[in-house]
Design a protein around this ligand. Sequence first.
Ligand code: NAD
Length: 317
Amino acid sequence: NYSSDRITATLFPGDGIGPEIAESVKQVFNAAEVPIEWEEHFVGTEVDPRTQSFLTWESLESVRRNKVGLKGPMATPIGKGHRSLNLTLRKELNLYANVRPCYSLPGYKTRYDDVVRGVVESLKIITRQASLRVAEYAFYYAKTHGRERVSAVHKANIMQKTDGLFLKCCREVAEKYPEIKYEEVVIDNCCMMLVKNPTLFDVLVMPNLYGDIISDLCAGLIGGLGLTPSLNIGEGGIALAEAVHGSAPDIAGKNLANPTALLLSAVSMLHHLDLTEKADKIQDAVLKTIAEGKYRTGDLGGTSTTTEFTKAIIDHL
Ligand code: NAD
């Protein structure tokens, strides 16, 4: 896959605003001449008995084969007996770590200019094996990204058994990385400290539910859900990039969505593929467009449509 001239990657446009922001990524990738062929897969209209969800077996096989993909938001179907689409992907592809970098974007003014540099979150943790695996990934991430500190976020004062086990595993892994500072923070206190002074933190590691909540809080610190990317890391080298936000049904189909979060997720996919030059080029164009302030979508206080904002990015490439 990596050695051929063109790389095949799976693309799930997803639901709601998904197809609109996925279109933006496709156009920007074309303009930047990124050597990627998309293999598009759509959420089905009926349950596939092999996956017990609206995702087909073929879709899962596509990610397994390509080992890399980009995913738009997927709405959880309401009704009994169906697995959540996101849960199906996480379970079937063993996506055990979800990396959610969160940093201030230069040129977009919020309450803070230098927010916490990273969030790493994991699946809901109840086993020793899964806790060790995600802790190991957090320390590995910190080391390979030149980070100084890992904070484990927990509620072990109340959830003594589950969160207690999670902390025990984090401590074990921390011992193997003496060059990285390790600390433990109760989630309540973590929320307060993030709002008061986000620069206190560097890399955070926590079970899935806490990660969902904390990463939305962090998104709020830097300008909202339209801006925050993520990358799911799975066993066997699978990487599935996705925005942190959902399908935003309130603005779907209206050409109002901010594609930045999915674009920056696509950029992290390019970094994973070592297409560094293309990744930097696209990231620069996105950040320049936002900093310039002429074309911004409604969530950032502007009046541009998704297509106008996308065109402005392409003009910057
Ligand atoms: P949401 O993230 O879809 O929307 C929350 C708010 O943020 C809305 O006001 C929305 O308009 C705004 N918003 C989100 N993304 C935006 C963007 N790119 N540009 C501009 N504004 C944006 O959260 P929700 O409403 O709680 O969930 C809607 C659906 O999405 C649900 O079915 C939920 O299950 C699903 N969901 C999926 C994922 C995923 O696929 N990873 C994540 C979260 C929620």
